[in-house]
Design a protein around this ligand. Structure first.
Ligand code: 6MZ
Length: 344
């Protein structure tokens, strides 16, 4: 549990996978309807002090996906996740999720996205204090043809969702598939006006792929753990990221618990923050990694000795990295300034 300052800090969450963000309370709720999955309950979260490999994390997602197989499940999960982020002091979130179909329940990729959007709408109507946007995720495991279908689906919702759908994410097991196969669909999405948040260099030895994906260039980078030369990346990659000033979405607990980073103090936050580059603290999968955004900010502060003012600035500057329009950024900045006096 994070200290009160971090809970009260208004926060922006820009890297949260829906199915990775399901709390144990919601998991229990889903399992009562699917008792045959009750054995799996403890296999969907990495508890304190535990670690897994990244490969094992992707096995966990397969289990979690068995819990969200209908439009109703997706709706329930989205509502709960949004409310939990709001309760943690998150004022603006961009959730992301991979549209999935499930023949046994009649769920289609389109109804999946509709269920997410309906849940977001209901939260808004209920007055939940959080602005929620959505990115459709492309799972690299599924290849470029499915990716192009996702772009088409995103286009449909981009036009009809009143600004809730703002972009695309490229994610999934980084050891599977080749990023260059996704350049065409991603570029097609970009041409339609969709913003791009791409997982990049989450594992080592992907310099060539990173270079290709950076040539688009993306609007934000997920992780970017192995971009800099000290960890086998390259100065050229760093220079490109700097040239376009592409913000990095950084997830401490995720990287340490999935062992792509050996300890918090080795986190690449340090490298990029010291360059004055835009860094956004995020959760990735708050359910799987047993965290919340307040805790991630507290970890950042305690690991790198940041003052409360520096943490405040970090949170405030994250507003510049959101995909919603400038008017939303101005409103959020006003909100942050109103909330500030009570914090210090
Ligand atoms: C890459 C990840 C991820 O889309 O079903 N996902 N992709 N790296 C990570 N680091 C740990 N964590 C989650 O949420 C689960 C999906 O998000 C992606 C994977 O594709 C995973 O199946 P949704 O809501």
């Amino acid at each position: 549990m994070a200290e009160q300052f971090y809970k009260d800090l208004p926060k922006v969450e820009l890297h949260a996978h829906l199915n990775g963000s399901i709390s144990s309370t919601t998991t229990e709720k889903l399992i009562t309807k699917k008792p045959h999955l009750s054995d799996q309950h403890n296999m969907t979260v990495i508890s304190r002090g535990q670690k897994r490999t990244l490969e094992e994390c992707f096995e966990m997602f397969k289990i979690i996906h068995q819990l969200t197989v209908s439009d109703e499940d997706v709706f329930v999960v989205t509502k709960d996740v949004v409310k939990e982020f709001a309760a943690d002091g998150v004022k603006y979130i961009e959730l992301r999720s991979t549209p999935r179909e499930e023949k046994s329940t009649g769920m289609t990729k389109k109804s999946y996205v509709s269920s997410v959007l309906e849940a977001i709408k209901q939260c808004k109507n209920e007055g939940v204090d959080i602005d929620v946007r959505f990115l459709l995720a492309i799972d690299r495991r599924n290849g470029p043809t499915i990716a192009m279908e996702t772009v088409k689906l995103a286009e449909e919702f981009f036009r009809s969702s009143d600004g809730v759908v703002v972009g695309l994410d490229l994610s999934g097991n980084p050891a599977v598939g080749d990023g260059k196969n996704f350049i065409a669909p991603l570029q097609a999405g970009r041409n339609l006006g969709l913003k791009l948040a791409l997982h990049l260099a989450e594992i080592p030895n992907q310099n060539e792929e990173s270079e290709m994906l950076l040539s688009i260039p993306p609007d934000r980078i997920g992780h970017g753990t192995f971009l800099h030369p000290e960890v086998g990346g390259s100065q050229r990659l760093v220079d490109t990221v700097k040239k376009y000033r592409i913000p990095l979405e950084l997830c401490f607990s995720s990287n340490v618990k999935s062992q792509t980073i050996s300890s918090y103090d080795q986190h690449h936050f340090h490298y990029w923050y010291n360059l004055g580059h835009p860094c956004v603290v995020c959760t990735d999968d708050k359910g799987v990694f047993g965290t919340d955004l307040s805790l991630e900010y507290q970890i950042t502060a305690s690991t790198f000795n940041l003052s409360k003012t520096q943490i405040w600035d970090l949170s405030y500057q994250s507003i510049n990295c959101i995909f919603a329009p400038e008017s939303v950024k101005s409103d959020l900045k006003r909100r942050w300034n109103e909330l500030k006096p009570g914090l210090f």
